[in-house]
Design a protein around this ligand. Structure first.
Ligand code: ADP
Length: 467
């Protein structure tokens, strides 16, 4: 059963239920039909006998009888005659009626079980039942009450076999029609199940093709619709899109990283070639070594940033969240970085007391270091940096402002992209990964990073954290 297709399983279950339902319907039809037929037979028996009641009359002399109607029957009875109208139904629709004396002597009519009923007492307007040679008969007696006929009885007899014939017709018909209906329903069910499950085949095929790595751009096309399978296909398509996006980002990252590494490697190789080509003076060697040192530092920073990035993206749970005294973190980072004094820039810190946050200390410290490093790197000679920490009931705001070169409006939404550097910073020691790391760290803490900047006037980067 487990190895059967869903289509076959659905059809089998559905057919089994259908067969059970049809079987019980068949039994119910038989039982109801039997009752209806029996009632019909009995009704027809009573009706025939009652119709015959008025067809018998008594006359003292034959002279009193209207002899114009010569089809009527006359039977001698006591001191007169019985006139039995020609409308008297002695055998109609398998119902027999006979006229009897009180002592069960047959006067007129037919009774197929006359011998067997000769000892059966009359019972007025009652249906009695008698089994003769395995066949059930219904007997209906009716006492006549018209003057002169008081001791006469009409006895009607009908066999149940009459109904059995009709029953066997119903049985035969049901035995042909019901299996036919089952067959039609099962075939229809099998076809409907097939077309209802067709989308699953499409989903499986597409997933298999994507799984084989054929084409990540492939999507499941089911056309219009909003049933469960369409919803499933949409979920799969969303998943494929996310997979595609993340592979694309991965590819882009790898290609950008190799591109970024290529420049320092070429510079180092060129410097080595230059130094080894022929003997140079000490000053030339020193110059070459300084270039190599600078490029090596850049490479090392790049590799470090990339590793940190990968860790944040692939093993974010390795960064534990803990209660942090942000005031202390900001103050200590600022006093450490105030020593840099690059370009004679001064760093000032205004941290509100006692600001606590539940987050990762290492990441938040890296974020602040990145923002302050940028403020130094893109600051002007004798410039200023202001680090501010403020908090209210809803949020904590940590901002780093500088009065440096600023960022053009059209660049402001691009600077958080990986490896993005504006034209006037290409020559700096940066890697283009700092702000994208800041962005990821803000996301990690369910916060956001905002930038306000004006070209040649300075920039303010603000981290907003939920309080
Ligand atoms: P980089 O390593 O080049 O600094 P970042 O990701 O940290 O890379 O920054 C991306 C770009 O954003 C920088 O190249 C620079 O052009 C711009 N930028 C970042 N911080 C500042 C700032 N404080 N002032 C002006 N420009 C900035």
């Amino acid at each position: 059963m487990k190895s059967l297709s869903i289509r076959l399983k659905i059809t089998l279950w559905f057919s089994a239920v259908l067969v059970v339902v049809v079987f019980f319907t068949y039994l119910a039809v038989l039982s109801v039909s039997r009752q209806i037929i029996q009632k019909t037979i009995k009704d027809s028996l009573i009706e025939t006998v009652e119709n015959n009641v008025d067809e018998v009359e008594f006359y003292h002399s034959l002279d009193d009888i209207d002899s114009s109607n010569d089809v009527d029957h006359y039977v001698k009875y006591i001191d007169g005659y019985l006139e039995i109208d020609d409308d008297f139904l002695n055998h109609v629709n398998e119902v027999y009626t006979a006229l009897y004396k009180e002592d069960v002597t047959l006067l007129y009519g037919e009774n197929p079980i006359s011998k067997e009923t000769s000892n059966l007492k009359f019972s007025d307007s009652q249906i009695q039942q008698l089994t003769v040679k395995g066949t059930i008969y219904y007997i209906f007696d009716r006492k006549l009450s018209t003057l002169g006929l008081e001791s006469l009885w009409l006895r009607g007899v009908v066999s149940e076999a009459q109904g059995a014939m009709q029953m066997s017709n119903i049985t035969r018909l049901s035995l042909i029609i019901l299996p036919l209906l089952v067959l039609v329903a099962v075939t229809g069910g099998y076809l409907i199940a097939g077309s209802a499950l067709r989308p699953i085949r499409k989903i499986t095929d597409t997933a298999a093709q994507i799984g084989k790595g054929d084409d990540l751009k492939k999507r499941i096309e089911l056309g219009r619709g909003n049933d469960e399978l369409h919803q499933l296909a949409n979920s799969f398509n969303d998943m494929f899109q996310r997979l595609d996006d993340s592979f694309e980002t991965e590819r882009q990252f790898t290609s950008d990283a190799s591109h970024e590494l290529r420049t320092p490697i070429s510079v180092i190789t060129a410097q080595c070639d230059f130094s080894l080509e022929e003997p140079r003076d000490a000053e030339a060697y020193e110059k070459a070594l300084r270039v190599i040192q600078r490029q090596s530092k850049k490479m090392s920073k790049l590799v470090n940033d990339m590793l940190n990035f990968t860790r944040l993206e692939t093993r974010a749970d390795s960064y534990v969240r803990e209660p942090i005294d942000l005031t202390e973190l900001v103050s200590s980072t600022c006093s450490d970085m105030a020593y840099i004094q690059e370009n004679n820039i001064t760093l000032k810190c205004e941290a509100e007391a006692n600001v606590k946050f539940h987050g990762n200390r290492e990441l938040l410290s890296r974020l602040l270091v990145n923002l302050i490093s940028n403020a130094y790197r893109y600051g002007n000679e004798n410039g200023h940096i202001l680090v501010r920490l403020k908090s209210n009931e809803q949020e904590i705001a940590l901002s780093v402002s500088d009065d440096g070169i600023g960022i053009a409006k059209e660049e402001q939404n691009k600077i958080f992209r990986r490896f993005y550097q504006t034209d006037n910073s290409r020559t700096s020691a940066g890697t283009g990964l700092g702000l994208s790391m800041v962005y990821e760290i803000a996301q990690f803490h369910k916060g956001e990073i905002r930038v306000e900047s004006e070209l040649h006037r300075g920039s303010t980067f603000t981290l907003i954290l939920p309080n």
